[in-house]
Design a protein around this ligand. Structure first.
Ligand SMILES: C[S@@+](CC[C@H](N)C(=O)[O-])C[C@H]1O[C@@H](n2cnc3c(N)ncnc32)[C@H](O)[C@@H]1O
Length: 291
């Protein structure tokens, strides 16, 4: 059985707990240490390991179908826990607020257009929708179960008049979206659950939908040691791997140091279209700042 200290998906940590980038959660030593420290979490891990074995039989070659089934299973247990570790509504709201405040500090204004990849049940999306002009928020997700829960959030928050778009996606080619549309593309706790080919697909296409001057922010589980995954749900990448992957698709990526100060275990990167790549494809270069 594999144990991971961030399972099932995401945790809020104190700054002092952000000690994990070099740990490999797949090693037996790590798993034993973790089980001894947190015996109460062992049954949940056992359940996840059994689910992983079962789902891998059906979806071995299709990560999206696999993860969609994970989300169906998690959402049926608790919508809040499906998008974050802690099932409490308070933590759910806190994580959403952290994402929202960060982007507002970085210049998100009501007239901007935003695409949220992996919008979940609008933990942060509800705040973005409220902040942005009507029709300026577009959320996509691979899970129909969580998108239904997102509609419940919209109703609960009385946000119908903002007419946000919510769409089911099967891949990250973003093919159904227009060119140069979005000032901000945001993906929180999505690449932490994505194998490399899914991230690369996103990098190959996100530049097309970014408006001039726009940026794409995503969080990921960072390791400074060996890259690894746990139970095909949690993926750990080195920063330089993602920088190099982005560069292959004409994008610049950098670690957001000010996010590291916040009480959250994942790291955040910002991607912009490289000015040389932008001048090949478009008239305006992307500077990475909003106006
Ligand atoms: C941990 S939840 C986070 C949800 C939301 N971003 C938030 O912060 O509350 C991850 C979400 O990403 C979705 N997801 C995972 N892989 C995806 C992909 N390749 N494309 C779009 N959505 C994806 C999942 O269905 C889930 O709703």
């Amino acid at each position: 059985m594999l144990l991971t200290c961030s399972s099932p998906v995401e945790v809020v940590v104190g700054a002092a707990d952000r000690s994990g980038p070099s740990r490999n959660r797949r090693t037996l030593a790590h798993q034993v240490r973790y089980a001894v420290r947190h015996p109460e979490r062992v049954p949940a891990h056992a359940r996840r390991a059994a689910r992983d074995a079962w789902l891998r039989l059906r979806y071995r070659h299709d990560h999206i179908a696999y993860y969609r089934a994970v989300m169906a299973s998690d959402t049926a247990r608790s919508v809040e826990a499906a998008v974050g570790h802690n099932p409490s509504r308070e933590r759910w709201a806190q994580l959403g607020r952290m994402q929202f405040d960060y982007l507002v500090r970085h210049g998100l204004r009501p007239h901007h257009r935003m695409l949220e990849i992996g919008c979940g049940n609008l933990r942060a999306g509800r705040l973005f929708i409220d902040h942005l002009d009507s029709g300026h928020y577009y959320g996509i997700d691979i899970s129909p179960d969580i998108l239904l829960a997102a509609q419940d959030t919209l109703v609960g928050e009385g946000l119908q008049s903002k007419v946000p778009y919510l769409a089911l996606a099967d891949d990250l080619t973003l093919a159904f979206l227009p060119d140069a549309r979005f000032d901000v593309v945001h993906a929180h706790s999505v690449f932490s659950h994505s194998p490399r080919h899914v991230i690369e697909e996103c990098f190959a296409h996100v530049g097309r939908v970014l408006a001039p001057g726009g940026f794409f922010d995503f969080t990921f589980d960072r390791t400074e040691g060996r890259e690894h995954q746990v139970l095909h749900e949690d993926f750990y990448y080195r920063t330089e791997t993602l920088v190099a992957l982005a560069a292959r698709h004409g994008l610049s990526a950098r670690l957001m140091e000010d996010w590291e100060e916040l009480p959250h275990r994942q790291s955040k990167m910002r991607v912009t279209v490289r000015s040389d790549a932008a001048s090949e494809g478009r008239s305006e270069a992307h500077g990475g700042s909003l106006q």
